[in-house]
Structures are given as structure tokens and as C-alpha cells.
Design a protein around this ligand. Structure first.
Ligand SMILES: [Zn+2]
Length: 56
């Protein structure tokens, strides 16, 4: 396998890992009993880092 191929495979593997992590985080955020901190316009859960932007 040449170097370019090796790099592409590595990118692909990392991209899959990122998707997996995003999905793990989403699951966590769905199960979290949020505890928001922040101001009225922008609040973030300090437990799972879920961000809620308020629209007025
Ligand atoms: Zn949360």
C-alpha cells in the first residue's frame, strides 16, 4: 500500500470514529437531565454540553 492510500484509509477510519462519537454524544444528550447554565439567549447544559439557543 502506498503512502497516499494509507492516509486515505486513516481518514476514512477517523471519519467513521467521529460519526460514532457524535452518535454517542447525541444518545447521552437525549438521556441527560439537562442542567443549563448561561444567559437568556444561549444556554449550555453543564453535564452533556447540549446547547440551547433561545429565540425571542
Ligand atoms: Zn444535558
Amino acid at each position: 500500500m502506498n503512502k497516499a492510500q494509507q492516509i486515505k484509509e486513516e481518514i476514512h477510519a477517523l471519519a467513521s470514529k467521529i460519526d460514532e462519537l457524535k452518535s454517542d454524544l447525541k444518545d447521552m444528550q437525549q438521556q441527560c437531565e439537562h442542567h443549563f447554565t448561561g444567559d437568556l439567549a444561549y444556554q449550555r447544559c453543564e453535564k452533556c454540553h447540549y446547547v440551547e439557543v433561545m429565540h425571542y
